[in-house]
Design a protein around this ligand. Structure first.
Ligand SMILES: [Zn+2]
Ligand SMILES: [Zn+2]
Length: 148
């Protein structure tokens, strides 16, 4: 069982699902949201997450929505609209489950990397933006949206 919480405890989640890939996003929006150099996410099947309270939502763009707690400001989640059953949860909201995580799989949006932050040699894949495969999925989703 993995569970997590925002800073004030208003929004909590739990899941029996195994964590999927860990991705650190260095984009400008994630820096602003994190108040730091990047935002780390771990993926889960969306349907496998049980919430005590759904996160509040906002969108920085048209491809994804971001979950947060409006009471304490914690960044909690990110979900891309083209992925029907996958959500990224911020590593900082996990409670005592860090041992269950796979190693960092990828650093994305390194073109925006904070100049004051030095990336360690952790063996993860590195991308200037999204990985090419993920970018293709988003482009395909956008093309499908326009047809409707
Ligand atoms: Zn909160
Ligand atoms: Zn980002």
């Amino acid at each position: 069982m993995i569970h997590g919480s925002c800073a004030c405890g208003r929004i909590q989640y739990k899941t029996q699902a195994q964590p999927l890939a860990v991705t650190f996003c260095h984009c400008i929006t994630c820096q602003r949201v994190a108040g730091g150099p990047f935002l780390p996410f771990v993926g889960f099947p969306t349907s496998a997450i049980e919430w005590t309270q759904q996160p509040d939502m906002w969108q920085a763009g048209d491809i994804a929505e971001r979950g947060y707690c409006k009471q304490c400001g914690s960044a909690i989640s990110m979900r891309y609209f083209h992925e029907a059953d996958r959500i990224g949860l911020t590593l900082g909201t996990l409670v005592g489950a860090q041992h269950a995580l796979p190693p960092v799989g990828a650093h994305i949006y390194l073109k925006d990397k904070a100049p004051y932050f030095t990336l360690s040699n952790d063996g993860a894949e590195r991308f200037d933006e999204f990985s090419p495969g993920f970018r293709d999925q988003i482009e395909q989703w956008k093309a499908d949206q326009q047809k409707e």
